[in-house]
Design a protein around this ligand. Structure first.
Ligand SMILES: Nc1ncnc2c1ncn2[C@@H]1O[C@H](COP(=O)(O)OP(=O)(O)OP(=O)(O)O)[C@@H](O)[C@H]1O
Ligand SMILES: [Mg+2]
Length: 252
């Protein structure tokens, strides 16, 4: 059964960077592992961090299938939706990717959401690891389109406001009905004294700090050039920090 890992936190804290580097390290450590990455952030850009090309999102597709005229005559709707869902999967040598897409338009989506839930559950079952880059609201987890989470990383940048926001995400997780296993805090873009200065705020969240990721000029450079973070060199301090977090969390 696949292990489900999710990465959450408020906007711009470094979720996508962390997700891409986490997948880089897991693949470095276990070459044969099969990975499905799910971009559940409405402002999707995990594909760029992973260097993958995306043509359509699940939201766009579900919007399309709302129009009865789009369904070929004689084809049951569920067969059509499932067929279309399969087309959204981006396959690559190392990692496959699904992009959930932005908010859906008006109207009831209960039916496609049920199908999507089942599709994700079936699809996830054929991988060793499913990694979800999510948004602070955890909508897909609360709506259970993502079935369950074994390990959740809550990301904060190096600010008191960031840590408080991570604390609120933690509260949200505790209030979820779906099962979430381990929950860890990761502080990103740290400089020498960041963790000392933030220690009181971190303690108040009740979150278990698993590590920090220093502010890394190589990450900045790669992002400025619009290049995939996934291919950062081994010397990158961010890469090294994520490796330690992967080891401590024992996700793989
Ligand atoms: N360790 C780091 N060192 C330097 N820059 C970083 C680091 N981590 C993240 N950044 C920078 O912070 C910015 C936001 O990072 P990222 O896109 O990963 O955040 P996010 O939480 O996924 O944002 P969003 O909510 O918009 O999806 C990017 O410009 C990225 O390059
Ligand atoms: Mg992101």
């Amino acid at each position: 059964m696949a292990k489900y890992v999710a990465v959450a936190g408020k906007g711009g804290v470094g979720k996508t960077t962390f997700t891409a580097l986490l997948l880089r390290q897991v693949l470095r450590n276990h070459k044969d592992i099969s990975i499905l990455a799910v971009d559940a952030d409405p402002n999707a850009n995990l594909n760029e961090a992973l260097g993958l090309e995306v043509t359509t999102t699940i939201s766009e597709l579900l919007e399309e299938t709302k129009n009865p005229k789009s369904i070929p005559e004689g084809m049951p709707k569920n067969v059509f939706v499932e067929y279309k869902l399969q087309q959204t999967l981006v396959e690559s040598q190392d990692i496959d990717l699904l992009v959930m897409g932005g908010p859906q338009g008006p109207g009831c989506y209960c039916y496609p959401n049920d199908l999507l839930r089942k599709y994700l559950e079936d699809l996830g079952g054929s991988y060793d690891l499913v990694a979800v880059d999510t948004e602070a609201g955890l909508e897909h987890i609360s709506r259970r389109t993502i079935p369950h989470i074994d390990t959740m990383f809550v990301i904060s940048d190096s600010s008191a406001r960031g840590i408080r926001s991570a604390g609120r995400v933690h509260d949200l997780i505790k209030g979820l009905h779906s099962a979430v296993g381990e929950v860890y805090l990761v502080v990103t873009k740290t400089t020498e004294d960041s963790l000392n200065s933030l220690s009181e705020e971190i303690a108040k969240t009740g979150l278990n700090l698993i590590g920090d990721i220093p502010l890394d000029p190589l990450v900045t450079k790669q992002d400025l050039a619009g290049e995939a973070l996934y291919v950062l060199p081994d010397e990158s301090v961010a890469v090294q920090a994520v490796q330690k977090i992967v080891e401590r969390s024992r996700i793989f």
